[in-house]
Design a protein around this ligand. Structure first.
Ligand SMILES: [Zn+2]
Length: 392
């Protein structure tokens, strides 16, 4: 991983992996796969009377607790209601709340991942090509076929979607901002949020110097309503919702869209249009040459090949000694910083659009930017929400 620990990591419940991560990647945010935990509920709790209600209520507590205080309160009410205080499995799970409960983790960017299903689907993909009995020779050949297959799918998507757009579900000018930039798949996710706005009732709670707090009541079922507090800063045009959908998945939530519509905002800041969801992004594997795509090599892939060839020679020379290796690492970091600065300067000259969206550093997990200062203001915001929710 280029000597860098990942920002976040998702695993199933495994104590030895947990210890290894704590020891060797202390700055990495570790999350347990919630799907694996929730899958265990029927097996662990089916001895209790009314276990179906228990399962539903536990699921409700886990998914619909939008503040940390609310989670602890709801969990204790849930245990008391069903007499589950002595259940060891639940007690152990509760001790580890910080590693699997969404409200504790969703302020970090997970690109939509809460479970390890992505790696499962990758296993499924590779299983089509490789079995545990494959020889090394077969593995090399099949790996080549894997690359060709992935690249072919990417090219087919490009042809099918690059020059087409799907109609907006609403008349919102903000919705149209996503339409030409995002992949069809991501745009449909955005559209779902725009449609979800119809279930929201918005009211302004408090406003000072362009900073407004809103309350959004969302009808979830016939007689079930959820309440969210959202803030909007008219100067920076930043919107923050308690549900943390943008922070965790990079998709603006229907509560935020509802207050933007309420405030008649028709031009959203580009911060909410993430480059990583752009249909123009070329995934890393498309730069890795397979034996079948020589005639199809694009200019960028050719440039990539040339750079890899050149850097390979440098690495071979520099790896001869520790001192040379250290110098090269230092130079790489310096060049990377200069390139990022150059990219930022170039960005200022052109806004993100269909033709110009690129991902120069495919290793970087582009996430909704949350600065330390913002994290601090979020704590203040939590306090504001807490005080406001206690008001009559
Ligand atoms: Zn929201």
């Amino acid at each position: 991983m280029g000597r860098k620990a990942p920002k976040v990591i998702l695993t199933d419940q495994c104590a030895s992996i947990q210890r290894a991560i704590e020891l060797y990647m202390p700055t990495t945010i570790h999350r347990w796969c919630i799907w694996h935990i929730m899958k265990k509920i029927p097996n662990k709790l089916n001895g209790y009377k009314g276990h179906i209600d228990i399962e539903q209520e536990m699921s409700h507590v886990v998914w619909n607790s939008y503040t940390k205080d609310a989670f602890h309160r709801n969990w204790n009410v849930f245990l008391t209601k069903y007499g589950l205080g002595g259940n060891k499995w639940l007690s152990k799970l509760y001790e580890d709340w910080h590693i699997w409960i969404p409200v504790y983790l969703d302020h970090h960017f997970w690109a939509g991942m809460r479970s390890t299903q992505r790696s499962e689907s990758m296993h499924l993909f590779f299983n089509k090509f490789i079995t545990r009995n494959s020889s090394l020779r077969q593995f090399v050949k099949q790996y080549d076929n894997c690359l060709a297959s992935r690249e072919q799918i990417e090219r087919e998507f490009d042809v099918a979607y690059f020059y087409t757009v799907i109609p907006c579900a609403t008349k919102s000018a903000i919705g149209a901002q996503f339409q030409h930039v995002y992949t069809h798949e991501k745009f449909m996710e955005v559209q779902a949020q725009f449609r979800g706005k119809v279930n929201c009732i918005t009211r302004s709670m408090h406003s000072t110097l362009g900073f407004t707090t809103y309350e959004v009541i969302e009808q979830v079922f016939n007689s079930t309503f959820n309440k969210f507090f959202i803030t909007y800063d008219a100067v920076s045009r930043e919107v923050k919702c308690q549900c943390l959908l943008f922070e965790s998945r990079g998709i603006l939530c229907h509560h935020s869209i509802s207050i933007l519509s309420f405030d008649r905002v028709d031009n959203m800041t580009l911060k909410y249009i993430l480059e990583r969801w752009s249909k123009n992004i070329k995934r890393r594997h498309t730069h890795i040459k397979s034996s079948q795509d020589e005639p199809l090599l694009e200019p960028r892939s050719k440039r990539f090949d040339e750079l890899v060839f050149q850097s390979h020679n440098i690495c071979e020379f520099e790896s001869e000694s520790e001192e040379l290796t250290r110098i090269l690492h230092w130079e790489f970091d310096k060049v990377m910083a200069e390139m990022q600065e150059y990219k930022e300067r170039s960005k200022g000259k052109s806004s993100l659009c269909h033709e110009k969206a690129t991902l120069s550093d495919v290793n970087e997990l582009q996430s909704p930017h949350v600065s330390k200062q913002e994290a601090g203001s979020r704590t203040d915001l939590d306090q504001t929400w807490k005080k406001r929710s206690q008001m009559p």
